[in-house]
Design a protein around this ligand. Sequence first.
Ligand code: PGA
Length: 217
Amino acid sequence: VLEEMKGIQRGRLNISVATTAIYFAPTLLGAFHKRYPGIGVSMDVANRETLLQQLENNEIDMAIMGQPPEELNMVADAFLYNPLVVIAPPDHPLARQKNIDPVRLADEVFVLREPGSGTRSAAEKFFSRRGVQLRTAMVMSSLEAIKQAVQASLGLAIVSTHTIKQELELGRLVVLDIKTLPIQRQWYLVHREDKRLSVVAQSFKDFMLAEASKLLS
Ligand code: PGA
């Protein structure tokens, strides 16, 4: 136990997080750092495809992603709700409507994330099941750029609610009231099944599963 305590007082955590997770991961890492100040943390930011590669190549302790991989041998634990919504500028005609039929979105254009984004693939799957082909106005890999584009009326976008807290508060964006939305997803902590987690990595996992939801509510 003493040896383990030492391990937690020092050491290093290497994680990668999905692009979307930058809106909440630093808050969680801040709380983790407060509890274990001796641990150095390195956090890489990448889209879903890249995270999968990093896990496969054993380059990181674990990843935070929006959908656990099915094919690979990974352990995935859900730790936080991740609802996806459609955003628009406040003066958009749909902004005043209630209970909008998803089919109506076929008439709109979207600023979509890049191929390889988990948000994008979840959104495309969700809408194609409802017979809606999303029309692309532009593709952008940065959420900040997407939010700016939506504010500039280039199109609608589908994003996690974690990304838009400030814009909603400031009245710069609105969430459209669409039937069957939000798209219900979860955030997962993912590592290889055959990974021998370091004491540090295990402490991080325990911390996240116990605290993340509380810290961000
Ligand atoms: P991303 O997020 O869209 O930033 O890749 C991952 C996910 O939500 O699955």
